[in-house]
Ligand binder design. Structure first.
Ligand SMILES: Cc1cc2nc3c(=O)[nH]c(=O)nc-3n(C[C@H](O)[C@H](O)[C@H](O)COP(=O)(O)OP(=O)(O)OC[C@H]3O[C@@H](n4cnc5c(N)ncnc54)[C@H](O)[C@@H]3O)c2cc1C
Length: 384
């Protein structure tokens, strides 16, 4: 392992790998990425990997529209032979109340005026034309963008990692960061669990739900906690669901993967404790079965083949924390809650610009950790 680096990136999820690639691409090639497990072993590989323009805050709309454009050319740009399984069959957000539909209309207007996103608000008849299997009971409409959809999170991460390595980045898996060395107010090195020390003037915390533990290593309190979210996968079925579907009312989302299986998720934040438990539960199986057969009654006898759990990294406003900190050379890219996979491409690029001392293409200063001192939170109306 190298013992000096221009930048050390902690975390081999989509954000860490994208940052490492974008640093190397701009000529900062002595980058070392440290991942305590394997690449995409965190939230990234456990994600539903939905991508959508359909957010309700200016910053998320700018980030997501730019990231989706990047995803559309990603395999080519990174010379990744396997492709990233980008499926752009659309993303449908179901509205069960008039006030929810009004909010979706406002969101769609903002998406279309800021980024020409092409988001539409659908009537119930239009919903049925796209997804005939859906139970329309209680539905009043939906928001839909046909360029939304989903990707394979492992491929996206691996594509960045492979391209980063070709540019000279060193990626070390099974290597945990146990301490960060500071002198005065600045970062000078990183210590691994194997006892190696890497001297470096810059460290990026892209450790997802473990981000607060990394923050403590330099004496910074990052308001961030882990929250378990579970997913279930069915046997493969003939393709019948062209788009990803989400209901904020029921806390449910689902998609059909290229392999034909359905991937179903239900959040249960009220009953989750704030710890790192990633066990799957029976209770979740029952809850999903009930909720999904409500949305799509035809799924009643479909077999479940597996389930898994992952962690969201939640902040007080469920928005990420990005950029510099009071410790010189210590940067943050954490707190992505349930929507960070899709933003990995763009945020990796913006973070590399910030670390290189450049003005980022999109102003991400609203996402600074300072907002928790000033109270300038960013409530996002389109999040689970
Ligand atoms: C069930 C579920 C569904 C989701 N669905 C979606 C979705 O549909 N769309 C979407 O955009 N997002 C979704 N997300 C959120 C998304 O997965 C995350 O926001 C995103 O993957 C965060 O990426 P990351 O690289 O920041 O963090 P992670 O992928 O969590 O990576 C952090 C890495 O840091 C490593 N690490 C931690 N501590 C250390 C240490 N001390 N030393 C070395 N390495 C360390 C971890 O092992 C981990 O690999 C979902 C998440 C979950 C759990």
């Amino acid at each position: 392992m190298r013992n000096t680096a221009d930048v050390v990136v902690i975390g081999g999820g989509v954000h860490g790998c994208s940052i490492a690639y974008h640093l190397a691409q701009k000529g900062i090639k002595n980058v070392v990425l440290l991942e305590k497990n394997y690449l995409a072993s965190g939230g990234t590989g456990r994600s539903a990997a939905g991508i959508r323009h359909q957010f309700g805050t200016e910053i998320n709309i700018r980030l997501s529209a730019t990231s989706i454009k990047m995803m559309e050319n990603l395999a080519g740009e990174l010379d990744y032979p396997h492709g990233i399984d980008l499926m752009q069959g659309g993303y449908m957000m179901l509205a069960y109340t008039e006030s929810q539909l009004d909010q979706f209309k406002k969101n769609a207007e903002m998406q279309n005026s800021l980024m020409n996103a092409g988001t539409k608000v659908l009537s119930v008849d239009e919903i049925v034309r796209i997804t005939p299997a859906l139970n329309t009971e209680g539905l009043v409409g939906a928001s839909f963008n046909k360029r939304d959809g989903h990707v394979d999170p492992f491929h996206v991460t691996q594509a960045y990692a492979d391209a980063a390595k070709r540019l000279g980045v060193e990626i070390n898996t099974r290597t945990e960061v146990v301490d960060i060395i500071t002198e005065g107010n600045r970062v000078t090195g990183v210590v691994t669990g194997k006892g190696e020390v890497i001297s470096t003037p810059a460290v990026v915390n892209a450790a997802g739900p473990h981000g607060a533990i990394i923050g403590k290593m330099v004496g910074i309190d990052i308001p961030l906690y882990p929250e378990r979210h579970q997913i279930l996968v069915t046997e493969p079925l003939e393709m019948f669901l062209p788009c990803m579907v989400i209901s904020f009312t029921h806390g449910t989302y689902f998609k059909q993967t290229p392999h034909g299986s359905l991937l179903l998720g239900v959040g249960d934040p009220e009953h989750e404790v704030k710890d790192f438990n990633q066990e799957s539960t029976w209770q979740f199986l029952e809850d999903v079965a009930r909720k999904i057969t409500y949305h799509m009654p035809a799924l009643k006898n479909v077999r479940i083949v597996r389930q898994w759990a992952g962690l969201y990294d939640i902040t007080p406003d469920s928005q990420a924390i990005l950029g510099k900190t009071d410790i010189e050379g210590f940067y943050l890219d954490v707190g992505w809650s349930g929507h960070g996979l899709q933003l990995g491409p763009v945020v990796g690029k913006l973070m590399a610009q910030v670390i290189a001392g450049e003005k980022p293409d999109i102003d991400i200063s609203v996402m600074s950790i300072d907002r928790f001192k000033t109270g300038a939170l960013i409530p996002e109306p389109a999040c689970v």
